[in-house]
Write a protein that binds this ligand. Structure first.
Ligand code: ADP
Length: 846
């Protein structure tokens, strides 16, 4: 605060204004303020208004003179000390001077006086006044400051008292135990109630800690207090176990020992703050125990969760929830794991889940869901759901409203179950049932396969083809189908143009070669270039479409009959293991159907052949019987004509010869039939012995002389010498007989040559005629059962001779073949192993 101090004022009192002026002039240089009064009364009035540093007073004034005025001034306490200089115009008058001093003047000047004297005196009093005023002001200021200080001290004391009370309150109510210990002996100066309770409500105030708690001696507590007191360093402990009283279990404390210092910083005591944490400690120990057990439980849980997860994966279940309005409100990890949908997409608050539903199923699903929401009834549906790998799975969905106590729907809980396999099994079963029905409906397998092809499209393929291997090792496309019927022609064309490379490492040829299925879920573009033969075929394949393909063999009784090819032509569909299994199943059934139909056809043909054979056989068997009956008839007639019983023996012999020939022919026919049935039953037995083939040939030729003569054939035999081997004599006889019979039959009137030779340890028998010959196309067939290359009308016979011959030759380990030029004759050559090169056979004949 700044004080504005007025300049000190001087009161000039004189009844003569000129004197006043003069006085002012004298004092001018002192730079004091002057107030003028022309009478004593006026002077007193001025004094009422302000204080003056000095009063210059004319002693002689009319009325109230200077002395009177001075006396009155002095009477006022306020102006008792204001210096008064009396000025008198008279000569020095002792009594006036005395009076003046008596009345309180401090000085007395008589006119004329030296202005300097007055100036000096006034200056002195002004100075004194100023000093006095300054002193007074300082004293006042001091008083003010003192008062302020006092007020502050008061406030501080009050605050301290409040704080103390508060601290006390805090200490008392603090949830921690607090104690103040004083001095090196740690004497208890203060303890709060909690502390007291902690130490067992003992009377410890004023007692040293060691004495108050003898039971904790040796538990390192006092040592710590000593340390804090000695070093002035605070100490804190956490969960320190302390055994307080006998019998009570160990308690645990968090504590702080804080040094307390006096005014000069010396440690005078310790503040102890302690907090019992026994319960927490026990809880922690328990928690640790729990966490250990939890850990093991968690591990067990994790294992079971893994099992659960794999189970979840196996059953592919999804659980989801929505709010009452059917909006997805909570996350469904199972949904996201199954579909791979990002969390924000699934939880977009709208129908984000819908994009995982197959586009064709969306509309129906939404309609049913909205309907269920409206009616608050269980939502049940089936739709295809896109799995994270992009494939669609058939799911059965069930959503149930969860109601609150007052019957309001609180939320919906739903579950998705993957029923793809179930549906597929059902589909497979129904498809296969339909296919089986078709396959068993007829024995016309071409028509049946065409029907199956139509069944496959479009359920299992956009187009398909069934190819069968032919008897001559070729391939025939017997059935085909296409989603667009006008495209079927191209399915046939693509094979016609496609010359199979039987060594191909993939495709139809490989399936037909190995009998293993082939499956390409995604046909790459490169397949067209690599797979197609030429541009035309590439174009055809592009037109048909080839996105995914499957080729399975038609297998029956271990034989590959052909293949079934299925093709998806449109994007978005591809073959998988399920379709492969289904196609294999279908192919198995189709193959077995084809096989059965073929067997049936063969059986039918066999029956036809047998019937033909029976009619031929009856005819053949009848043929010798007629002449035989005729001969017997003539014999009887001759006997009757002779009458006397004596018959012409020559004629009789001739008849008997003829009869025997027919009987022999009959028995040969019957032998042949017996042989065929023996061969069929696998009971052709051989009687191994050393045989000279040349000898057998000559014997047969000898036996057939009459027939040869009859046929007009000259039969010659050429042989280097005996050709002996270990064979079956009677069977060799049969071989030569059959070949010679045929040569005479089909080479009548022309020479027949038989030759025996040896070649590299083999005996070689050639039977050559110059008869009608055999067409090359029939050369292999004539060795089969009942097979003949001539008409029954021109040449009788059962078609069994060469069959039996080949069977015998093969049984002996040899081979037989025929060469012929039609119209020029035939040559049959038999090669037999096991010739004894040097050895001739000793026979009765030799
Ligand atoms: P078959 O002579 O009883 O008809 P085979 O089995 O002996 O029966 O002969 C089968 C067929 O072979 C004959 O039907 C005939 O067409 C033909 N064949 C056999 N041998 C000759 C031959 N030497 N010359 C011409 N054709 C022959």
């Amino acid at each position: 605060m700044t004080r504005v101090t007025a300049r000190p004022a001087v009161l000039l009192v004189d009844d003569h204004p000129t004197n006043l002026l003069a006085l002012e002039g004298v004092l001018e240089s002192l730079q004091v303020r002057t107030t003028q009064a022309t009478s004593g009364e006026q002077a007193l009035k001025c004094l009422l208004r302000e204080d003056f540093a000095v009063i210059v007073l004319d002693a002689v004034m009319p009325g109230m003179d200077g002395f009177e005025t001075a006396r009155l001034i002095r009477q006022r306490a306020r102006h008792r000390d204001t210096p008064i200089i009396l000025i008198s115009a008279y000569q020095k008058d002792e009594s006036s001077i005395v009076r003046g001093y008596v009345e309180g003047a401090v000085d007395y000047l008589t006119k004329p006086f030296e202005p300097e004297v007055l100036r000096a005196k006034v200056a002195l009093f002004v100075g004194l006044f100023e000093k006095d005023r300054e002193l007074k002001e300082r004293a006042a200021r001091l008083r003010e400051e003192q008062a302020e200080l006092l007020a502050r001290e008061h406030a501080a004391l009050l605050e301290a008292a409040v704080q103390r009370a508060r601290l006390h309150g805090v200490f008392t109510q603090a949830p921690v135990a607090i104690a103040l210990l004083q001095g090196p002996a740690h004497v208890y100066a203060y303890v709060n109630p909690l502390y007291l309770r902690l130490v067992g409500q003992r009377d410890i105030l004023g007692r040293p800690a060691r004495e108050a708690h003898p039971e904790i001696d040796g538990q390192h507590v006092f040592e710590l207090m000593d340390h804090v007191f000695r070093t002035g360093e605070p100490v804190a402990g956490k969960a320190i176990p302390i055994h307080l009283e006998g019998g009570r279990e160990t308690a645990f404390f968090d504590f702080v020992y804080q040094p307390l210092r006096d005014g000069v910083g010396r440690v005078e005591g310790i503040l102890v703050c302690a907090c019992e944490v026994t319960t927490q400690m026990h809880a922690r120990l328990k928690a640790e125990e729990l966490s250990a057990s939890l850990r093991s439980q968690h591990e067990a849980l994790q294992k079971s969760e893994e099992r659960f997860r794999s189970l979840m994966h196996a059953v592919s279940q999804i659980v989801w929830t929505t709010d009452a309005e059917g909006r997805v409100s909570a996350d469904s990890p199972s949904w996201r794991a199954f579909t791979g949908q990002p969390r924000e997409k699934y939880l977009d608050g709208r129908y984000g889940w819908l994009e995982c539903i197959h586009p064709e199923d969306r509309g129906r699903t939404v309609r049913m869901w909205v309907e269920a929401l409206r009616l608050r009834k269980v939502f049940e549906a089936e739709h295809r759901l896109r799995r994270h790998d992009g494939t669609y799975r058939t799911m059965s969905v069930r959503g149930v409203p969860v109601a609150t106590g007052d019957g309001q729907v609180r939320e919906w809980v739903g579950i998705h179950i993957d029923i793809t396999e179930q549906r597929r099994s059902e589909e497979s079963a129904s498809f296969l049932a339909r296919a089986s029905a078709v396959l068993s409906s007829s024995l016309d397998y071409e028509a049946t396969l065409a029907h199956v092809a139509r069944l496959v499209v479009p359920t299992l393929a956009d187009w398909c083809a069934v190819d069968l291997l032919t008897a001559d090792g070729g391939l025939e496309r017997v059935a085909a189908a296409h989603r667009q019927p006008e495209m079927v022609g191209r399915v046939y064309e693509v094979l016609r143009h496609f010359e199979l490379d039987w060594n191909a490492s993939h495709g139809l040829a490989r399936v037909l070669r190995t009998g293993e299925p082939e499956w390409l879920s995604n046909v790459p573009e490169s397949f067209f270039e690599a797979g197609a033969r030429d541009e035309h075929q590439t174009r055809l394949l592009h037109e048909l479409g080839l996105v995914s393909y499957l080729c399975v063999p038609l297998l029956s009784r271990g034989r590959i009959l052909g293949a079934l090819t299925l093709v998806y032509a449109r994007e978005g569909q591809e073959y998988d293991e399920w379709t492969l299994r289904l196609a294999e199943d279908l192919a198995r059934r189709a193959a077995s159907s084809v096989d059965n139909a073929r067997l049936f056809r063969e059986a039918k043909e066999a029956v036809q052949v047998r019937d033909e054979f029976l009619s031929i056989a009856s005819h053949e068997l009848k043929t010798p019987l007629t002449p035989l009956r005729l001969k017997l008839h003539s014999l009887r007639r001759s006997a009757r004509v002779a009458g006397d019983g004596a018959m012409d023996s020559r004629a009789l012999l001739a008849h008997l010869d003829a009869a025997e020939r027919q009987v022999a022919r009959l028995s040969r026919l019957i032998d042949s039939l017996l042989d065929v049935s023996r061969i069929g039953a696998g009971k052709l037995e051989l009687d191994w012995e050393d045989v000279d083939l040349v000898e057998v040939v000559r014997e047969v030729v000898g036996r057939f002389e009459p027939q040869a003569t009859k046929a007009g054939c000259r039969v010659t035999v050429s042989a280097p010498g005996p050709v002996v081997g270990r064979w079956d004599r009677l069977r060799l006889d049969q071989v030569v007989t059959n070949l010679l019979t045929n040569a005479l039959k089909y080479g009548a009137d022309k020479p027949v040559e038989l030759s025996v030779s040896t070649q590299a340890g083999h005996a070689v028998l050639l039977v050559r005629d110059q008869g009608i010959g055999i067409d090359p196309s029939n050369l292999s067939r004539i060795f089969e059962r009942f097979e003949r290359a001539v008409s029954q009308r021109h040449y009788g016979g059962l078609g069994l001779g060469l069959y039996i011959t080949r069977t015998i030759v093969q049984a002996l380990g040899g081979t037989i073949e025929a060469r012929s030029t039609p119209g020029e004759g035939s040559t049959f050559s038999v090669s037999l192993p096991g010739v004894y090169a040097e050895r001739a056979l000793r026979t009765p004949a030799s």
